[in-house]
Design a protein around this ligand. Structure first.
Ligand code: FAD
Length: 473
């Protein structure tokens, strides 16, 4: 009789504890994936994530010799049905931490155990699971540094990744009722995904290659370079980590090894490890505050007088605000499904503080357009920028889009890539094209208000207004 191995956000075979446990059972393995939009509620995967999922599942299915059984629907019904259809005696999975997944999984676990079916769950996605990290008095941390330094690292280094399994898998034949990946309708009907293919290779192999590239070319200089969107210092591992194509343990220990081999990159390595720590912090916040994606952590923000302005929201979404660094970021997101972290902070600050639009509007747009859309990281980061989250940026920290651009994209290379209509402007004017003399604009082929929009708000006035409103809380 087989065991079911239920893949969820762990689309890999290496360092996959559920896969190891299934192998050790000695039974044939029935690998399963379920697209469960029924239980996801508000947080059904967005369009960009679906694109990624399609390719990641294709890659996983290949590694499993085409045996991945695919289903769509309510997992609380499908898993018990599969157990019965295949006469499985156990189900293995790796734990997920989104509130809706926790509720669903515990329901399934209870039902299976009542039918004497063994359930074994493991940790594949986090370095330290949320319930293992708390303050001395047992309450959860609210500030990142003690969370990471004392709560996480105080418990010792994260475990090393599992080695390759000793057992050779025997796969149970694919069930006839199983769907084909194409039946999940994950790919867009309008082909907006060309730019995605150019830069991403979803799947376990692509994830390992990405980590290798980062170790060879990005890690040295990461601490400084990670702030510059035109540099190649960041890892771009976020979608691979989100879908579990690589484990955070693998990334952690690979960077540790690199630091041991080259002591000059110690501060760069430490900085990268602490970013993995921020990911842990987000998961801890989501676990302890299940309404993190919809409710401000600081209650005083609950009745905040946000504006409603569909035109401004649309201009932001389309990258047509008239602020080049904001527009470049929003177009990078649209074209590639990803945005550099520094620019995510700039565009988020612009939406919340210059346009006074609710952070949840930005969170929803990111949810639909990011290939790394992640409930914990997305919600915690939006709340952080809005100033209503845990350990958040104070409300008076309002990014000036011009100064941010000049500081972190001084030559304007990032803007030239994503806002081609400004590409011919000299660096001196590229961050505030409306200040360029008429002859410079003409020479660069820019017609303000026609080929490129005038700023949709005046930053200084918007900043003063935001400060006054935030102060009134
Ligand atoms: P690297 O700099 O190479 O970092 C390595 C890994 O550490 C990342 O892959 C990520 O898993 C983690 N990490 C890095 N920075 C952060 C951070 N600030 N918070 C939490 N984890 C972090 N990240 C997501 O994965 N999904 C999201 O939906 C998401 N939404 C965001 C929304 C906003 C408004 C902001 C400001 C940030 C958001 N982030 C999100 C966090 C961060 O921007 C991305 O994780 C990062 O840009 C991914 O690029 P990278 O893999 O090259 O990062």
């Amino acid at each position: 009789f087989p065991v079911i191995l239920w893949f969820r956000q762990d689309l890999r075979l290496q360092d996959n504890p559920a896969y190891h446990a299934a192998l050790e059972s000695g039974s044939p393995i029935l690998p399963v994936f379920i697209l469960d939009d029924d239980n996801a509620g508000l947080w059904k995967r967005g369009a960009a994530s679906r694109w990624w999922l399609y390719h990641s599942l294709s890659s996983l299915n290949k590694s499993l010799n085409g045996t991945l059984a695919i289903f769509r629907g309510d997992a609380t019904k499908i898993i018990p049905e599969l157990v019965e259809a295949a006469c499985a005696h156990a189900v293995f999975w790796n734990r997920c931490y989104e509130p809706w997944r926790i509720a669903r999984d515990s329901k399934i676990k209870t039902a299976l155990e009542q039918s004497s079916i063994a359930v074994k769950s493991s940790n594949a996605s986090l370095l330290y699971e949320p319930w293992t990290v708390s303050k001395d008095d047992g309450t959860p941390y609210k500030v990142f540094t003690p969370f990471f330094r004392k709560g996480c690292l105080g418990r010792g280094e994260p475990p090393v990744p599992l080695g390759l399994p000793h057992h050779v898998p025997t796969f149970f034949p694919r069930l006839k009722q199983s769907l084909h990946i194409d039946d999940l309708d994950l790919l867009p009907s309008i082909k907006w995904d060309k730019g995605f293919h150019d830069i991403w290779t979803p799947g376990e192999h692509g994830a390992r290659e990405r980590l290798g590239q980062f170790l060879d070319h990005g890690l040295k200089g990461y601490k400084e370079g990670r702030n510059h969107p035109d540099r190649e210092n960041v890892s771009r591992l976020s979608p691979h980590l989100h879908f579990g194509e690589i484990s955070p343990r693998t990334a952690w220990h690979a960077v540790r090894h690199a630091m041991e081999a080259d002591p000059t990159i110690e501060t760069d390595g430490d900085c990268f490890l602490s970013e993995l720590g921020w990911r842990e912090f987000s998961y801890s916040l989501l676990y302890t505050h299940p309404d993190l994606p919809t409710q401000p952590l600081q209650h005083k923000f609950a009745g905040f007088p946000w504006d409603k302005n569909d035109k401004a929201l649309r201009a932001w979404q389309m990258g047509k605000t008239g602020y080049p660094i904001v527009d470049a970021g929003m177009r990078q997101l649209w074209q590639t499904g990803w945005m550099h972290n520094r620019v995510r902070m700039i565009v988020a600050s612009f939406l919340i503080k210059d346009l006074m639009l609710p952070w949840t509007a930005g969170e929803e747009w990111f949810w639909d357009t990011l290939v790394d859309a992640d409930l914990a990281n997305n919600a915690a980061s939006w709340q952080w920028v809005a100033g209503c989250g845990a350990d958040a940026a104070p409300y008076f920290r309002i990014f000036n889009p011009v100064t941010q651009g000049t500081k972190f994209d001084p030559d304007g290379n990032y803007i030239r890539t994503f806002v081609p209509e400004l590409a011919a402007l000299p660096a001196k004017y590229i961050h505030e094209p409306w200040t360029a003399p008429a002859n410079v604009l003409k020479q660069a082929g820019v017609e303000m208000g026609k080929t490129y929009p005038m700023p949709i708000v005046d930053h200084k006035a918007a900043r003063d207004h935001a400060l006054a409103v935030f102060k009134g809380l």
